[in-house]
Design a protein around this ligand. Sequence first.
Ligand code: GDP
Ligand code: MN
Length: 360
Amino acid sequence: ASNSYIEPVYMNDLNHTFLTEENTRLENATILVLCRNWELEDILSSMRSLEDRFNKDYHYPWTFLNDVPFDDEFIQWTTEMASGKTEYGLVPPQDWSTPSFINQTKYDEGIQDAIERKILYGFSKSYRNMCHFNSGYFFRQELVNKYDYYFRVEPGVEYFCDFQMDPFRLMREKRKKYSFIVTIYEYPDTIPTLWETVEDFLNEYPQHLHPNNSVGFITDKTPIGTNALDLGGTSYNLCHFWSNFEIGDLNFFRSQAYLDYFNYLSKTGGFYYERWGDAPVHSIAAALLLDKNEIYHFEDIGYTHVPLFSYPESKQIKKYKRCIVPKDENNLNVGIASCLPRWWKLGGGKRFLKEYYHEE
Ligand code: GDP
Ligand code: MN
C-alpha cells in the first residue's frame, strides 16, 4: 500500500477510504528528535518502529537536534535507519543554557528542595534546560523554521499499529494544531506555582484566551465552556498531554499568543526554581489558546513510552491496523490514571462513555 492514503479508522467508524494517486502528496513536515549521542540504540529502535508502521510509505525527513554536536556514528546509523532525508542541528547555547536572570542561590535551593521531595529528575539541571528548550525553542531552530508540522519522537518508544494514514495530512485537513495519544496527571511537586503563573498571564493577556478553549479539561470546578477569567477559585487538575508523543502545528508555537505565554512563564524562573515540564506547559497552552476542536486525540496509533501503554481496544481495529499490542491489562486509556475520560466528557473524542467518567 505504498503512498496510499487512508482515512483514519475510529473506534465507532470503520469506514475507511483509499484516496486516489493524485490525492497523495507530502505535507511540509518533519519528524523531530531531540536526543543525546549515547541514546543512539534507543533512538534507532524508535526509528525502526515509526518507519515500519508509517514513514516507509511516505519518507518524511527526520530532524535531529542536540545541545552538543552529534558524532559520526550517530549520524551514520540514523541516516541508514531513516527512509527520508536526515538533518542534524546544534542547538545554540542561548536557546539551551540556563538564562542569566536565574538567581543561582535560589536555583540551588530549588534543586535541593526537589531532591528532598524525591521529584523525578529533581536533581537535574540538564533536564530543566531540556524542558525549557522543549517549551520555548524547538519550533524556532534553524533546521525547523522551514516546516509547518512536526512529529516528536523520543528514544525507546514503540508504535503498535500501522498508521494507514498520513497524520500530518490529517492535521492539515482537519485543521488540527496539537495532538496527543496519552493524557495523565502531572506530579504536583514539579509545578507548585505554574497554575498561579498561568492565571497571572491570563489577567495580563486576556485577549489570548480562546473563546472556545478547553479550560474545562484542565481545571476542576469549572463548568465546561466557561471562561476561566470569570471564575475565582478554579484550580489546575494536573491533566496534561504526554509530550513525548506530539504531532503539532509549529505555527501555533510561533504565534504571538504562545510566545507571550512562554515568555511570561520563562521570566518567572519556574522552569528552574521548580521543575516545570514541557508537557504541562504545552498542554495548558493548547487548552487555553486553541479552539478545543484544534486539539486531536490519535486514539488508534498504539504507543508506548515507558512506563505507559495506549492502544485501541477494538478487535476490528487491531486486525485492520495489524496491531501487536501488550496484554490488555496494560492499556492505560480508561484506567484511573488517565485523563482521557475527562477529554471525552468535554466532547473532545468520539467516545462518550458514562461509566468511565471521573465525577468530581
Ligand atoms: P523523560 O521522557 O521525561 O523520562 O525524559 P527523557 O530523558 O526521555 O528526555 C526527554 C527528551 O529530551 C528525549 O528525547 C531525550 O533524548 C531528550 N533529552 C533529555 N535531556 C537531554 C540533554 O541534556 N541533551 C539532549 N540533546 N537531549 C536531551
Ligand atoms: Mn523520554
